[in-house]
Design a protein around this ligand. Structure first.
Ligand code: IPE
Ligand code: IPE
Ligand code: MG
Length: 252
């Protein structure tokens, strides 16, 4: 007898999705690579390598659905605290991903963007990022944004600095919510509707603190390297059952 709680397969979740009510922006905290590797007695970096497959799954699922924006948290400002060898390998993997994926991104009409303190990344990483951004900038489908050397508090500090500099040169400046939003790295991106975190942690880890004010949060125990299109479709299905009230009284 089939288990009552048996998970549905990919196409069953996909069939449940109302394509007229898709989240405009999905943001993902990709977490659990280290634990995935540890379970297999492999070095942490094997988990990061396996995580690239999951990146492809998330990107393809969003492209298939027609979600306009996907943002992936790939490296935080706090991740520099990790051993030098791990950081170096993460940067190497990022460069490999950019080189391998450029054809696929163009094929799928995907453009690449970045948020974070990009100027502090190693020069070869910056060069590869710039090249991929340039070569995909004409694409009109999914906007894939990588959060690299990203920290939400650093982003707010940078926004405040920019506002102060503007006030100094203009003499006066109006500061309201929209002015702050316009000075964040995400100025050109709508706030995330759906925020996914893998590996079961219930925290934001300094990701999009301002922008996620009213995001619907979806956490799965699945470790990032095991994340597939099915998980993304399931997150969207659950998202569509939520009632977003924004502090009001909702529909009833
Ligand atoms: C997420 O996986 C990837 C990055 C933060 C770069 P982790 O490396 O944080 O994996 P865990 O949390 O230790 O399992
Ligand atoms: C968040 O994961 C950062 C990224 C996914 C890039 P972490 O593994 O760094 O977060 P904490 O340390 O568990 O909060
Ligand atoms: Mg982690």
């Amino acid at each position: 007898m089939a288990a009552v709680n048996a998970e549905l397969d990919e196409s069953s979740y996909l069939a449940q999705i109302d394509l007229d009510r898709l989240p405009c922006h999905i943001a993902v905290i990709m977490d659990g690579n280290g634990r995935w590797a540890k379970k297999r007695r492999l070095p942490r970096i094997a988990g990061h390598r396996a995580g690239i497959r999951a990146v492809r799954q998330a990107v393809e699922a969003c492209a298939r659905l027609g979600v306009p924006y996907l943002t992936l948290y790939a490296f935080s400002v706090e991740n520099w605290k990790r051993p030098h060898a791990e950081v170096e390998l993460l940067m190497k993997l990022l460069r490999e991903y950019l080189k391998k994926e450029i054809g696929e991104l163009n094929e799928q009409n995907i453009s690449l963007g970045v948020i974070g303190r990009i100027s502090e990344l190693p020069a070869p990483v910056r060069r590869d990022l710039e090249r991929t951004i340039e070569e995909t900038k004409g694409n009109t489908g999914l906007r894939l944004t990588l959060a690299l050397n990203y920290g939400s508090r650093a982003e707010v500090v940078d926004a405040v600095r920019a506002l102060v500099a503007q006030a100094r040169s203009n003499g006066e400046i109006e500061i309201d919510e929209s002015a702050v939003s316009r000075h964040l790295y995400t100025a050109a991106i709508p706030d995330p509707d759906l925020l996914i975190r893998t590996s079961g942690e219930m925290r934001l880890s300094n990701f999009l603190l301002w922008q996620a004010a009213y995001s619907e949060i979806w956490v799965t125990e699945t470790l990032w390297p095991d994340f597939t299109q099915k998980h993304l479709f399931r997150a969207v299905t659950d998202f569509q059952k939520r009632e977003r009230r924004y502090g009001g009284l909702g529909l009833e």
